[in-house]
Design a protein. Structure first.
Length: 196
């Protein structure tokens, strides 16, 4: 029988990706909305802190184990921005399109062609809300930013994150291929090995 775990997110793209990658781990991943868990304010200064805040909140309200992801894109020429603010770069309630447009505008303003960027992902697994020894896994995916969005797959900044090894943007990758090489894919494989 599979173990029920709450995903501390309402992001359907994350739920789909994480469920797919953990499909062999005997885990039934449920979105936090199943338990009427509300979003919690991300007051941390790092991806790890924010992932822990979200996991503890979801686990406390659902009463079961939780997985939380905090991830974002860092652009070197922008001193690592948007970083932990990736989901709300253009302000609270901003859409993926708003955030992407703002990032493109800032990259264009920098005058740097194809600036180096990376996706970062930290995943936290808590057995219960007071778990003092959470399992933590991280993944990094290197690439650069293009200013013309291309591709229909993925979400967030995927249409402007260029993957040099594959000669395309993340949004042009087949989802199965993306899950093998992405920051979240890398972090999830590490986490799955720790959970199993």
């Amino acid at each position: 029988m599979s173990k029920q775990v709450v995903l501390a997110s309402n992001n359907s793209g994350k739920l789909k990706e994480i469920t797919h990658i953990l499909s062999g781990a005997n885990i039934e991943l449920l979105p936090q909305s199943t338990f009427n868990v509300t979003e919690v304010e991300e007051t941390g200064k790092t991806f790890v802190e924010n992932a822990l805040i979200k996991a503890r909140h979801a686990s406390a309200l659902s009463g079961i184990a939780a997985i939380a992801d905090d991830s974002g894109i860092e652009v070197d020429v922008l001193n690592g921005a948007p970083g932990i603010y990736s989901a709300r770069y253009a302000g609270e309630g901003a859409t993926d399109e708003d955030n992407l447009k703002l990032l493109v505008d800032k990259v264009l303003a920098s005058g740097v062609h194809k600036p180096v960027a990376r996706y970062q992902c930290v995943l936290v697994y808590l057995r219960h809300a007071d778990d003092a020894m959470p399992l933590i896994a991280e993944g990094t995916w290197e690439g650069y930013i293009v200013t013309e969005p291309v591709g229909e797959n993925g979400f967030g900044y995927d249409p402007i994150f260029y993957v040099p090894d594959h000669h395309c943007t993340s949004a042009q990758l087949d989802p199965k291929e993306k899950n093998k090489i992405s920051h979240r894919g890398i972090a999830l494989k590490k986490l799955a090995n720790k959970i199993l």
